[in-house]
Design a binder for this molecule. Structure first.
Ligand code: NJP
Length: 264
């Protein structure tokens, strides 16, 4: 995939140490973009940096836990000092834990909201002034199909992704006059390490294995959307049809789809 507009652009990716974040980074590098990669696992970021630098681009890495908003401010100030501006922010860091609401410890609920929602908003806040001033930029928020259609055992995770979509939709309208694009990405299950935490027992992975998306494919769709007016990316398409029907006929959908919706 060749995307000429990405050459020389400054792209920041949170949660870039693995999964789709790392695959997005690889594709951006292959297209000549300069990268800033953020995650907690600094060793993995350093390793990735070595590979990506073969593309004759600049790669900076910073250790960042996005639940630490003070650290977000510190890191983004350093980034802006070093590279001047950010063209594209990919808010990708996130995690889920599948369990029923009555079993979810309050610290886990807070932790998930702090990473998936507050962290994403805090990173976004750091790029908004400069993107608005330059009248240029793209914010890509990795949400989920779970942000459109909640299912049993994903009450908290779904709630975080619903919050991401609400925020993203409002942001898009706020930035419409500033030539700053805002895209949400709503995938179904992707074959990444996500399930090591989310699905400890492996029940969900076993049930959805046959239609799991490959991270490279999701990354390709995300990178193709960069600097375009893509509103949202829904993968796989047929799964998004489920959330469309759900909005129209929620009661019927919950009744008929009960067995499928209970796949966790
Ligand atoms: O998962 P994984 P994915 N601060 O576990 C980082 C969404 N999604 O690529 O900090 C900063 O391989 C972590 O890095 P590290 C999902 O909700 C997924 O699948 O070093 N970074 C790693 O790089 C998430 O928003 C599926 O541990 C933190 C990355 O995040 C996004 O896709 C389906 C962090 C996670 O990589 C990427 O997930 C769906 C923190 N506190 C949506 N915590 C799916 N896989 O099925 C984690 O609909 N990270």
């Amino acid at each position: 995939m060749l995307k000429e507009q990405l050459k020389g652009k400054n792209i920041v990716i949170t949660g870039a140490s693995g999964g789709i974040g790392a695959d997005i980074a690889k594709l951006c590098a292959a297209n000549g973009a300069n990268l800033v990669l953020l995650a907690r696992s600094i060793d993995k970021l350093e390793q990735l940096k070595l590979t990506l630098e073969q593309h004759q681009i600049s790669v900076d890495v910073f250790q960042l836990d996005v639940s630490d908003t003070d650290r977000i401010k510190e890191v983004f100030e350093q980034i802006l000092m070093k590279i001047g501006h950010i063209d594209i922010l990919v808010n990708n860091a996130g995690f889920g834990v599948f369990r029923e609401a009555h079993e979810a410890p309050i610290d886990e609920i807070k932790g998930m909201f702090n990473v998936n929602v507050v962290g994403l908003m805090a990173c976004t806040s750091m790029v908004l002034p400069i993107m608005r001033e330059r009248r240029f930029g793209h914010i890509i928020n990795i949400a989920s199909q779970a942000g459109k259609l909640a299912t049993p055992k994903s009450s908290v995770y779904s709630a975080t992704k619903h919050a991401v979509l609400g925020y993203t939709n409002a942001l898009r309208m706020e930035l419409d006059d500033y030539n700053v694009q805002v895209t949400s990405v709503n995938p179904g299950p992707i074959a990444t390490n996500f399930f090591n935490i989310a699905d400890e027992k492996g029940t969900y992975v076993k049930n959805v294995q046959r239609f799991m998306l490959q991270p490279e494919y999701v990354a390709q769709k995300v990178v193709e959307s960069m600097l375009t007016k893509t509103r949202e990316i829904n993968l796989p398409r047929w799964m998004n049809m489920g959330s469309v029907v759900y909005v129209l006929f929620p009661r019927l959908f919950e009744r008929i789809g009960k067995r499928v919706l209970n796949s966790k």
